[in-house]
Design a protein around this ligand. Sequence first.
Ligand code: EPZ
Length: 421
Amino acid sequence: MERIVIEGGRGLRGDIQISGAKNAALPLIAATLLTPGWHTLHNVPNLRDTRTIMALLEAMGVRWEWAPDGPLRINSEHLVGNEASYDLVKTMRASILVLGPLVARLGCARVSLPGGCAIGARPIDFHLRGLARLGCTIALNDGYVDAKIDGRLRGGTVYFDIPSVTGTENILMAASLAKGDTVIKNAAREPEIGNLVDMLTLMGCGIEGRGTDTLVVHGVRELRPAEIAIIPDRIETGTYLMAVGAAGGEVVLRNCNPKHLPALLEKLHAVGLDIEVGETSIRVARRGPLRNVDITTMPFPGFPTDLQAQFMALMSMGNGLAVIHENIFENRFMHVAELRRLGAEIHIDGHSAIVTGVERLRGAQVMATDLRASASLVVAGLAAEGSTIISRIYHLERGYANLVEKLAKVGAAIRKEKEPS
Ligand code: EPZ
C-alpha cells in the first residue's frame, strides 16, 4: 500500500496538462462492444478505472492495443462472453455500462449488481426500467442482472425520474441498435453524454437533442467502428483550480475545456480567485483572501457533486461561513471527518454542511474514503501547515492520472511513499 505525503504552505506556479475524462472514457470504451472492428479512442486517461474496464472487456474476448501516450484501439469482433463478474464490478460500479451494449449486440447479458459504495446506495433501477422499456426481460439472480431480448431491442420512450448520467449512457447505447426510434426524457446533460452522442453518431446512429434533456435515437441494424477523442476531464480541471485556490500562486491548466465548468468558474470568481479562460486553457491565480460562498450540487450545468468535497476543503480556509448542500448523493460527506483532523470547522446538518473558515489548517495523518474525498484531502494538505499524510490512495488513483507528478511539477512538496508496515 502507498501513501501521499505533502508539506503544505507552498504556492504553485507553472502549467498543468489536463488528461482525458474518466467519466467519458468509461462509456466510450463500453460503446466499442456495440460493433466489431477496430475503434480508435484518443486521449484516454491511464487510470485504475480505465484499466479495470479494459480487464472486463478482455475477459469477454475483446482485443485491444494501447501504445504509451498513444490512442487506445479496441476490437470486440471475437466476443466470447457476455458476463461482467462480481469481482470486477465490485471494484468499479461503472461496469454496469456494459449491460446496454451487450444486450443490444448479443441479445443477452449477465452483469453483477454493483452493490453500494461509500457515497451512497447507488441503485440501478433507472437502467433496468429503461432496458425493459426497450423490450428486455430483466431478472435478478444471485446478485446478478440477467437481461434478455428475443431478436432486436425495440425503440420506446424512456423517462428518468432523476437525470442519471450512466443511466442515460446505457439507454443511449442500447437504443442505437434498437428497431425504431427511442426518446429519452429527462436525460442527463453532462458533457460526457455529448462525447458519447458524438461517438455513436460517428458509428452511424442518428441522434437528435445533443446537450438537451430530451434525446431522440434513431436505431440502426448495425454500426461501424469510430475514431474519436475523449473530452478533457472537467473534474480533474476543477480539482486543480481549487488546489491553486488553497495553496496560492498562479497556474495555467492546458488541454481543458472551460465551457464544461460553468458553475464552478462562477463560484471561484465569487470566492475571489483570478480566473482567465482561453479556448483550451484556464489561468488561475490567488491574489488575496478567500471569500466564503454557498453551493448546492445539481445535475449539469449545476455545480458538480464530484467537486463538492474539493470545494469544502477550499471553504475550510476561507473567511466566514459557507453552506454546502449535497443534493445528488445521500452520503457524500465522508471527507468531513478527515478535514476536521486538519483543523477544519464543519458542522453537518442532514444533507448540508456548514463550513466556518479558519486561519490555518494544520497537517495531520488522514485517510482517503472515496475518489473525490481523497482529492479534497490533497487540496487541504497543500494549504495546511506542516505534513499531511494521506493513506489508502488507491481511491485517488482511480480517477487522477499522475497527480503527484503534476503537482510536484508546479512546486508542491508532494511525494508518494510506501506505507510503513
Ligand atoms: C455518474 O455516476 C458519475 N460516474 C459519478 O462520478 C457522478 O458523481 C454522478 O454521475 C453524478 O454526476 C460516472 O460517470 C462513471 P447518476 P452515476 O446515475 O451515473 C440516483 C466520480 O467521482 N439513481 O447520475 O452512477 C443516484 O442514486 C463518480 O467520478 C437512482 O436512483 O450517477 C443519484 O442519487 C462518483 N437510480 C442520482 O440518481 C438509478 O438507476 C444521480 O446518479 C441511477 C441513479
